[in-house]
Design a protein. Sequence first.
Length: 743
Amino acid sequence: MSEALLTLPPYIKVALPVPMRTLFDYKVPKAIALRHELKPGMRVKVPFGKSSRLGVIVALSDTCDWDPEQVKPLTSLQDESPVITAELMALCEWAARYYHHPIGDVIFHALPVLLRKGENAEFRTENWWFTTPQGQSLDLEQLSRAPRQQDFLKAVQQHPNGLSQHAASVLDLAPAAGKSLEEKGLLRREPRSFNKGGEKHAHQTQVPPTLNPEQMRATEHLLDYRHQFNVSLLDGVTGSGKTEVFLRVMERLIEEGKQVLVMVPEIGLTPQTLKRFEIRFNTDIVLMHSNMSDRERLDAWLLAASGHAKIIIGTRSAAFIPAPNLGMIVIDEEHDTSYKQHEGFRYHARDLAIKRAQTLNVPVLLASATPSYESLTNALQKRFAWLKLRQRAGNAHIPEMERVDLRGKSLVHGFSEQALASMKLCLERKEQVLVFLNRRGYAPTLMCHQCGWIAACDHCDVNLTVHKRANKLHCHHCDTQKALLHTCPECQSEELFTVGEGTEQIETQLSTLFKDVPILRIDRDSTQRKSAMAKLTQKIHEHDQAILIGTQMLAKGHHFPNVTLVIIMDADAGLFSSDFRGMERTAQLITQVAGRAGRAKKPGHVLLQTYHPDHAAIESLCNLGYEHFAIDGLAERKSLALPPFYHQVIVRAESGNEQEAMQLLSAMRNDLEPHFAKEVYLVGPYAAIIVRKAGQHRALISIKAANRAPLHQATQMISDWLELSTRQHRIRFAIDVDPLETY
Ligand code: ADP
Ligand code: ZN
Ligand code: ZN
């Protein structure tokens, strides 16, 4: 031990969750150094200012950057082994550099919430019930006068490997009955660490379908390259059997003892997807998404970190999940923008996953029916293998897309006559219609007929959305909510009316047009509660005839076999966006929604309602399909020097004061621009499209370069400059590398 003390460096460099782009030095007290082996990735309590903070050791060091006299000792050590493995520490350090984000914030982001708060990184224990020999042989009839005990004992008898308390409560068994049986010596209880699992789902075996030649080719490629870093883009039309392909590859890797991380979009993890994995794999699967409690997330994290969980299915933050035997990362719906964090630490989970896989020398599979322009470019330039599936799997066919010209037509609740007639026919055939409108709520605007007053958010430059069901006005930008008004606050008139339609309104109106048809709305409002989505999808499967109304939530990953008609109410919605990615997003959304039609045996049909049927984009998308559309779009991006051909960084500033953010960015540009490399282009500062959001006035500046190095250098200078000059002001700034939003 004394030897360890001699060789142990006297300082540690600690990352703290504070908005400063630096590490903090602390001394290691002898008492701690004698008893513990400190390692990077362990958590420590340290004094910070007048309080104490939890931090993570990033490095042990012989030197410190401060006057050694002033360096304080750490207070206590929180872990016996690192919670951030060496591999993840390297990833965090890379991400902090690449995204110009404070290292402390990055490292804390990588940890589950409970570990950020100091919880022990240990499995909780749970009680398990077992029968005693008497209990196992007891005739249940003898308990006929105590039916709850009878039920309880029967259940445990049927589980020779024990029944967890959790499983007992799922089965609705009365805890008091268990205790009585224990007192009678018929049952015993044993605490078990949660990780023992053992409660595998009754494994339903299912014969997997025979792969078609396209699927076979893709699978063979992926199997051939499964032991080394490489990225494949599995580019397959909706319903072409992409999932089937990666399930095959996963099977093989899991047989080889590997873990597989499957990333899914924020709201794309459908109960159906999970079911499919459970049916296929007789192994521990853990989930990691935002709809879980903090404890559930820590349990999942521990199961992955211990290697027990072979399959980890998670959203964006799962990119940082520890997995000692990670053998592959799958990113499903790789084009989805929810992989990019839009505030704070603005990383892209896909890009991070690729970096991680490269370090680990394992493959990455990106799957999508509508690949991002970034990934398509990588495929075109042969950095990614491009695996195409152009046929739908099984007997399903690609749906036909038809434009409905709305010009000069009379509309009923936003529907053309043609759309209504097709709906009627579809429902008569006992099939389902999907109506897509990417706007939730009842209406986007509330207006006064007498004076023209419009209900606007007090904190943002936007109108409030009317939610009739909840009787509220709601700001979709800052979440402000108010009671729905019935008199105008300006002129006291009671003639308030709504303008425009949202999903809630369409739902109400369709229920008057189609009285006996079940109508199900799927959007963020209708699926807030935990199991709401599962219930809704179950309902959809129960009925033959139905109308589904939804926002983009409906476009993600669902498989509704009886949907044969899709109506896109407003195909023009993203056509004239000021963002250069507007077209890409529109095409992806339309293609994904259209892909919900005809996924089983019955053919599908898609109607796009538009006022611009001859618009080149709508025309090319309908006639030539997404790939063609995207390749044209890429040519345009290239000619305009836009991403992915140029790399971009957006610097945002926001302040409560109207001019401050703009002035700050101007001053920054004036000071720094002369020092930037010639190939760095700046645009701005310019005001955000919604200038004021949550009371903050927002300005941006865009920086572009064909190469990463000069862009990175310029961004570093900007970051240093802003950190210094915002210390005195109450201006917040953010650096967004590879931004998806540029306004
Ligand atoms: P994607 O992920 O491309 O949307 P899926 O893998 O979900 O496609 O497949 C769509 C449907 O077709 C699923 O119900 C799946 O079970 C089925 N399927 C996939 N491959 C085949 C195949 N080779 N033969 C028959 N059915 C298949
Ligand atoms: Zn008025
Ligand atoms: Zn607001």
